[in-house]
Design a protein around this ligand. Sequence first.
Ligand code: DON
Length: 306
Amino acid sequence: MSSDYQQVLDTIHRDVQPLLRQGKVASYIPQLSTVSPDHFGMAVFCLDGRTYTVGDADVKFSLQSITKLFAFALAFAREGDDVWKRVGREPSGNPFNSLVQLEYERGIPRNPFINAGALVITDILATRYVQAEIAVQQFARLLANEPAIDFDHTVAESERSTADRNTAMAHFMKDFGNFHNPVDIVIDAYCRQCSLTMTCAELAKAGSFLAQHGTIPWSGTQILDPSSSKRLNALMLTCGTYDAAGDFAYRVGLPAKSGVGGGILALMPGEASIAVWSPGLDEAGNSLAGTYALERFTTLTARSIF
Ligand code: DON
């Protein structure tokens, strides 16, 4: 067992190398397939301010579904428990972009992290803000203390031109009365939101409020009250890695949120937040080497929530 995080990260960096080409880089959003699978970066942001990094921890990558965490945190902070009128909080057991459950659950998505649920959250933000994606961007800038958090417009356009499945979900939910704004406006906002880019170092910092009971560690700004922060951590553990959430909890033992850009944000409550990036994905759409790296991290440090 080691608490020398730099040594642990260096060991993991060495150990993941054979795995980097075993995953598959996402290609259903064409622009994402142009990223090399050889990237690997990891950053640990400790609540006392120390940061440890390895590999490509300072290279920007596409956050994709990790932005669902920021969008949901913003909606939850503003709307409170009203969000549960529009979306559930159970694991889906289905792929992140599945349509089937929506029909028999009458347009109420299982949770805010599958695509249907995230679209509802963007719809809620589109009612509250002039431009939902700008609200999420500003929020991400505040959380990372980094004014240069930006969209990747090429990725946004690429997703927008292939967004038929998400658009179908939105129309379906509108038919059930669970979508209030024009579908095209929300899909535009959602594609831009998902195209936000960060480095591992920025992402670990941006997520750290969730490791500190809802309060940004370095500024003392309360984003969520401790109870809401606990609830969001629970959602990450049960739903943050989609239909692989059980296996992820078994292997890693930390609340986490993944994205098809290959990033994963994981939390060690009361201690640190960890971001890892490796673009090759497993079958469920989670970073293959990233999941392994987090599993190694909690094993080598003997730290998890369990
Ligand atoms: O809507 C989509 O399909 C993407 N913008 C985001 C999906 C995603 O990142 C799922 N994560 N593993």
